[in-house]
Design a protein around this ligand. Structure first.
Ligand SMILES: Nc1ccn([C@@H]2O[C@H](COP(=O)(O)OP(=O)(O)OP(=O)(O)O)[C@@H](O)[C@H]2O)c(=O)n1
Ligand SMILES: C[C@](O)(CO)[C@H](O)COP(=O)(O)O
Length: 235
């Protein structure tokens, strides 16, 4: 399922982020295509901005998406709510769910396949991730741009930057989202929810091109990556 209902505040003014264009094609279409390319994926459920469901249906209809079954539901006010609403639209017989940000348009199919394969092999929750390039500090946040005291410097070799798609046994993911309705937890990804409620999450290799388009510079990088792919293999 593809949460695509965010505003994209950090990207700046304009259309909702999922509908912003990369190489002339909306980010959402890239992301859905990236999933649809995987033989592991049979159905894609998109959580669209609530006011944009009809627009998203028309948009996806107008692009060739490898003959996959695509459904669109209205998303919610938070990413977590959008995922929960999307999950509810997945037929009961589907046992494995991958959750993939519309904001990660360039994820290679190998990453999608690897995540799906790890769930199929028995993991209940799988995240793709890459090692960090920067040193990371734990700080005491301050307001107004004041210097922030450093509390700790975690060992970078054991840290990973986590991407999507994140893959789950459907019952595990659904149970975590249901439980979060009555026991809210502040996490920023689906695997975080599973972890908080005692689930076991494992990491498989991600890919540097699976980065999230969050700020304007990310879009510049995404355009460059796409141009390189188009030049090299007619992508
Ligand atoms: N209410 C929301 C918020 C986010 N998302 C989705 O979750 C993914 C990751 O979120 P993020 O990159 O933070 O997107 P935005 O929330 O749009 O960005 P921002 O925080 O800058 O507004 C995106 O595909 C986004 O569309 C969603 O489906 N519903
Ligand atoms: C799910 C995610 O992409 C994993 O890195 C990330 O946590 C989303 O964060 P955002 O602040 O909602 O973009």
């Amino acid at each position: 399922m593809v949460p695509a209902a965010g505003r994209g505040e950090r990207l700046g003014p304009g259309a909702p982020k999922a509908l912003r264009e990369l190489g002339g094609v909306p980010l959402l279409v890239h992301a859905v295509r990236a999933l649809a390319r995987s033989r592991a994926v049979g159905l894609v459920v998109v959580a669209a901005p609530a006011e944009g469901v009809a627009e998203v249906i028309a948009l996806l209809d107008s692009h060739g998406l490898d003959g996959k079954d695509i459904r669109v539901v209205a998303g919610g006010d938070t990413r977590q709510e959008s995922v929960r609403l999307g999950l509810a639209a997945i037929p009961a017989e589907v046992g494995i769910v991958l959750v993939h940000d519309a904001a990660r348009p360039l994820v290679p199919v190998e990453v999608v396949d690897a995540v799906a394969a790890a769930v199929r092999a028995g993991a209940e929750a799988v995240v793709p991730a890459v090692p960090l390039a920067d040193t990371v500090k734990l700080v005491e946040p301050q307001s107004g741009g004041r210097p922030e005291p450093v509390l700790d410097t975690p060992d970078r070799s054991a840290l990973r930057a986590v991407q999507t798609p994140q893959g789950f046994r459907r019952d595990v993911l659904a149970a975590a989202h249901e439980r979060a309705l009555t026991e809210p937890v502040a996490v920023t990804d689906d695997a975080g929810l599973v972890e908080r409620f005692g689930g076991r999450v494992v990491v498989v290799p991600g890919h540097e091109e699976a980065f999230k388009v969050t700020r304007p510079l990310d879009l510049v990088l995404a355009e460059a990556v796409l141009a390189r792919r188009r030049a090299s293999d007619g992508f």
